[in-house]
Design a protein around this ligand. Sequence first.
Ligand SMILES: Nc1ncnc2c1ncn2[C@@H]1O[C@H](COP(=O)(O)OP(=O)(O)OP(=O)(O)O)[C@@H](O)[C@H]1O
Ligand SMILES: [Mg+2]
Length: 282
Amino acid sequence: MNDQAWGLRELVAKKGIQNSKFITIASGKGGVGKTNFAVNFAYVMANEFQKKILLIDADIGMANIHLFLSTDPNKNMKNFFGGTKLEEVIQEAYGFDVLLGFSGIDELRDLDEISVQSVIYDLERVSQNYDYVVIDTSGGVDEKVMSFLRASSKSYIITTPEPTALTDAYALIRSIYNLYGYQNFKIIVNMCRTEEEGQGVFNKLKMTVKKFLGIDIELLGILPYTNNLPQAVRNKELVAMKYPKDLFTMSVKRICEIEAKIQQPPQDDEHFWQKIFDFMGK
Ligand SMILES: Nc1ncnc2c1ncn2[C@@H]1O[C@H](COP(=O)(O)OP(=O)(O)OP(=O)(O)O)[C@@H](O)[C@H]1O
Ligand SMILES: [Mg+2]
């Protein structure tokens, strides 16, 4: 390893960040805006920050990214598990790549060890082509969401000011911290009426997490409620594309700016997918 790479590695170790390529987007409560954030984040990162993005729909219950993008829901991971090349099931949308239907992972139970290893190898290989792999999950705490969180170097936890969303966000953080010691949480407060409201919600969560778990969480961004978002969704458009000056779009851009500024450490092989499959007991 050369001096520069070594220096970077030291820096990263000090800051406690690992390879920041894999970002899992999760929430305690469903319906808080994960998928909308994910598609707009992917769009801005790709088109304004020239990052290569792979967005994965890991929503196990109701995979729905394809409802926001004009992608073909029948082209998905199931085809890949069935033998189609991974590159052929990845689709392009608005400047970034999309992999649908990770819910098909359950079918792997029927595959032998060699086939599972070749699936993992392909996922690791293809992930290397991207600056970021963004994983949109379903709300709640199930085994698969936990696995993605544990394997990711970074997780964006989304909540809204609604008390139940906040309680559930805390419950999610508590579970994964207590079970696995995982603590790379970055918080996004969505559907806020004012900046102050978002800040107040974050402060409450931060204090609770500090008091009961003894760890620090970080505020990544506050996103406003906007009528332009449901409007854009109805027309199968992205709010960031259709309304570039909307406050929601501007706030997503700020998050992208923060993310894009983080110096990427040397791309050590993280074995992300191997971890995912191990955690899921495949
Ligand atoms: N900032 C916002 N302003 C207005 N409406 C919003 C905002 N964010 C999300 N919504 C609306 O909230 C609803 C849920 O959004 P979304 O599907 O992105 O949530 P989710 O967390 O992915 O849900 P699930 O847990 O079911 O996957 C949608 O109808 C969406 O239009
Ligand atoms: Mg969703």
